[in-house]
Design a protein around this ligand. Structure first.
Ligand SMILES: C[S@@+](CC[C@H](N)C(=O)[O-])C[C@H]1O[C@@H](n2cnc3c(N)ncnc32)[C@H](O)[C@@H]1O
Length: 209
């Protein structure tokens, strides 16, 4: 089966199209949300790797009009008429990004940071996973600077021997940590989500202790 055919037969892809969602990735956040309710009404959500905007739409709906979603990506994010979304078209590695983000919230720390960042797939899986690990280290850096005490961090990752160490280091900073494979993750994919609940301190501190 070729790529185009398997995409047409993917029920989540079809559902996303029918519901006018920019991507099928939206359903992964729907599943996470229905299990842990990571986003609450009025929350400020930082969405890293947001384009084309499937998860952004879900986060905007869950946060509601008193909440805010700041969506960061190198590519264009479709905000689909949500007034509580601000888009930052930037590389997550750009220097000082965390201060720009805090400027957009007028200094309020985020309640939730989500990351669906993925490097461009160039065919070499080992390289992809290593690049993913670099992205996740940057996500953690940004989250530790911008998350409020008690906040949640959700990030997509791939299996890798180094990932366990990453999880051990990161989970020390939260009250609870779980791994989760959404049913809507692409079949045969090695992806899973790391769910960290209850940040133990407030942002703008240092790195991993
Ligand atoms: C799987 S897609 C995200 C899908 C999106 N969350 C959704 O729900 O529609 C991964 C995204 O990561 C972005 N990305 C990868 N590296 C990046 C970087 N260094 N800075 C910003 N965005 C990056 C890509 O541009 C791509 O849009």
């Amino acid at each position: 089966m070729n790529w185009l055919q398997s995409r047409r037969e993917d029920p989540y892809y079809r559902m996303a199209k029918e519901m006018g969602l920019p991507s099928r990735a939206a359903f992964k956040l729907v599943e996470i949300q229905s299990r842990w309710r990571v986003i609450k009404r009025g929350d400020y959500v930082l969405d890293l790797g947001a384009a084309p905007g499937g998860m952004t739409a879900v986060a905007a709906r869950e946060a509601g009009e008193k909440g805010l979603v700041v969506a960061v990506d190198l590519a264009d994010v479709k905000v689909g008429g949500y007034e509580n979304v601000k888009v930052v078209k930037r590389d997550v590695f750009s220097e000082g990004l965390e201060y720009e983000l805090m400027g957009l919230t007028s200094g309020r720390f985020f309640d939730v940071v989500i990351s669906d960042l993925s490097p461009k797939h160039i065919g070499d899986f080992d390289l992809l996973v290593l690049q993913q690990l670099d992205l996740l280290k940057q996500v953690r850096h940004i989250a530790f600077k911008t998350l409020r005490r008690g906040g949640n961090l959700v990030m997509k990752s791939f299996e890798h021997p180094e990932m366990r160490r990453y999880e051990r280091e990161t989970s020390r900073m939260f009250y609870k940590f779980e791994r989760f494979v959404p049913r809507s993750s692409p079949r045969g994919s090695a992806e899973f989500f790391q769910i960290y609940l209850g940040f133990r301190r407030r942002g703008l501190g240092g790195g991993v202790p």
